[in-house]
Ligand binder design. Sequence first.
Ligand SMILES: NC(=O)c1ccc[n+]([C@@H]2O[C@H](COP(=O)([O-])OP(=O)(O)OC[C@H]3O[C@@H](n4cnc5c(N)ncnc54)[C@H](O)[C@@H]3O)[C@@H](O)[C@H]2O)c1
Length: 343
Amino acid sequence: MMNVVLVGCGAMSRHWLDAARQIDGLAIVGLVDLDAERAKARAHEYDLTGIVIGTSLDAVLDQTRPDAVFDVVVPAARRDVAFAAFAHNCHLLTEKPLADSPENARAIIEAARRAGRIHAVVQNRRYVANVRRIRRFLDSGAIGAATSIHADFFVAPHFGGFREEMAHVLLLDMAIHTFDAARYMAAGEPASVYCQEWEPANSWYRQGSSASAVIDFGGGKVFTYAGSWCADGFRTSWEASWRIVAERGSLLWDGHDALRAEIVVPGRDGIFDKTQPIEVPPLDPADRVGGHLGIIQDFMRAVETGTEPETHGADNIKSLAMVFGAIESAETGRRVAIAREGL
Ligand SMILES: NC(=O)c1ccc[n+]([C@@H]2O[C@H](COP(=O)([O-])OP(=O)(O)OC[C@H]3O[C@@H](n4cnc5c(N)ncnc54)[C@H](O)[C@@H]3O)[C@@H](O)[C@H]2O)c1
């Protein structure tokens, strides 16, 4: 049995608790939130009777001595939560983004290493069936190596709360998912980024609701991202909408179910090489999916077997480096190099 304390009982905590109650061998033994009423309400909603509820993570960890902490707090509180978890010898599964600054990301990863604990991030867009299928299809070489990866993200939510007040909101709070998916699907090694952010006249965010970035994955592979969090009309999927161009064809994914590819075949139609549809194979049974549920299960398996889960911090920091590189580029107006090991 893995005993877990969950900290941060806001909107996202429902996804975690929905997943947790489907997993045998996982027990939520404590809930923590600065707002005690919110934690109590969640405990009631999920029938978590007899667990410890508090406003101080340290105090609840002292009392419950769990194996792991599930961190669902706002990014600004992530470092304190991580340090408290490791100080109590807990493994840590944390919401994205891994940290709210490069310094905090490095500090959290170093603290996990020193504590010898598993530290992983819920970068759940990887655990989407079509993302796994695209990676497998590109790896198969069916349309040659990917050369150009293009993602469009246009969604206009009125969340309220911390997002409307934070800086670089699209890059830091959302683009991390799209950047990580691009890095994963195209097996990219981010080498540099150029980015511009702007605030459309109708924006309801403080800063950074719209951004465009060009990220060089090295070896002639380039990823372009265009996104906005205040673009009403023609909403894209939360997964973004994708065009991946490869040496012998292209792939289109609308971020929902429509996934199709075309391959070049011999012959020409006027000035154009002929193309024809090519099937993208279905999900392989070995592909791990399931969003939060899949990630929590992988995290538990890693704790049980002493292995690193796929989205462990030392790997996830490479996607975060794309985000912080983009932020630095937007602030300075210059192309920013990204280190091989991330930040
Ligand atoms: N993986 C995804 O798809 C996804 C989607 C949305 C949000 N998120 C992430 O989930 C996290 C939480 O987002 P949310 O929408 O639930 O936010 P929220 O504001 O609804 O909830 C955050 C909760 O954390 C509590 N909190 C803040 N600091 C705390 C601290 N030091 N100790 C205890 N509690 C504290 C707040 O009181 C609040 O109840 C964010 O990092 C966000 O980026 C992930």
